[in-house]
Design a protein. Structure first.
Length: 306
């Protein structure tokens, strides 16, 4: 069983390292040349509660140099998913599976359009990780990982994928209906990411200030209205759960905040932007998410288009 990661940043690098350390046959692909070269030279540096280790990885900048994979795990940012899907079609074995644990909505759909939809597995993970620099990440937390078929795929193959992840030190559960789980995680990202990015604060400060807390509530409630119209049973305490996650990750800065700090393209289009897009299709007003999306898109265009 060979596993190939497309995207070797914070999460891809962490999961790839854990599975490599567990003795699995793992390859990683990432287009960030400086990052890849540093890992090739010194291994991926992982900081876990101040304990530093270096993990040697089989990593490439060109997916065409990899061997065929039985499982492809996609961990790129949302805007790169289409390119990752194209690469996956070329490197996956005929009976292989593709797993996405990415943030936001739409990634599984992009993969399903490029591949046989029954090959696509999606889900969520509560593991936390952040990039510190080329060849260096911080392992910021451990939590549940849950996966399931995106479009009526074989549950036995999903279970086999969960077993591979668990063997690779990532305890994984299978659920047949994962869309609600994906939306539950989306609500957390909707209520934290853009607000933290725009206000230059860390996650915990969002719930310390009443004004940002109420902004978060409004964004999540718009998302809940869209989910209800779609018939998706999102948890009833989604707002409170969002705030709990912010408190649990108080010292961290949400990934979108890290992206704008580093002048990278964000995932706003698959998070708040997805709520706006679906709301428009359903005739549901989403003014808070529209404003958050517009502000982030304007900001990132100011540095991406220079």
């Amino acid at each position: 069983m060979r596993v190939t990661f497309i995207g070797a940043g914070a999460m891809g690098g962490l999961f790839g390292s854990l599975m490599t350390e567990a003795g699995l046959d793992v390859q990683l692909v990432d287009i960030w040349e400086e990052h890849v070269e540093m890992i090739k030279a010194k291994g991926l540096r992982i900081d876990c509660d101040g304990q530093i280790r270096h993990v040697k990885l089989d990593i490439y900048t060109d997916y065409r140099l990899t061997r065929p994979a039985d499982l492809v795990i996609v961990f790129v940012k949302g805007p790169q998913t289409a390119a990752a899907a194209s690469a996956a079609t070329e490197i996956i074995a005929p009976d292989g599976m593709v797993l996405t644990l990415q943030n936001g909505l739409g990634n599984a759909d992009i993969l399903a359009r490029a591949l046989d939809p029954k090959m696509v597995i999606t889900g969520t993970t509560s593991y936390g990780s952040m990039v510190l620099g080329p060849g260096s990440i911080r392992h910021a937390g451990i939590g549940p990982t849950v996966i399931g078929p995106w479009a009526g795929g074989d549950l036995n193959k999903v279970a086999a994928t969960a077993q591979i992840l668990t063997k690779g030190s990532i305890e994984t559960e299978v659920k047949e209906d994962v869309k609600a789980l994906v939306w539950n995680k989306l609500m957390v990202n909707v209520g934290i990411n853009a607000i933290v990015a725009l206000t230059h604060i860390k996650n915990g400060q969002l719930v310390d200030l009443e004004i940002t807390k109420e902004l978060s509530r409004a964004a999540v409630e718009e998302g809940l209205a869209v989910a209800k119209a779609l018939g998706i049973n999102v948890r009833k305490d989604a707002v409170e759960h969002c705030w709990w996650v912010a408190e649990e990750t108080a010292k961290a800065r949400a990934s979108m905040g890290q992206d704008v700090d580093a002048k990278r393209q964000t995932e706003i289009g698959t998070i708040n932007g997805a709520v706006v897009r679906l709301g428009k299709e359903l005739g549901i007003e989403t003014p808070i998410n529209f404003a958050l999306t517009a502000l982030i898109e304007t900001w990132q265009s100011s540095y991406l288009n220079k």
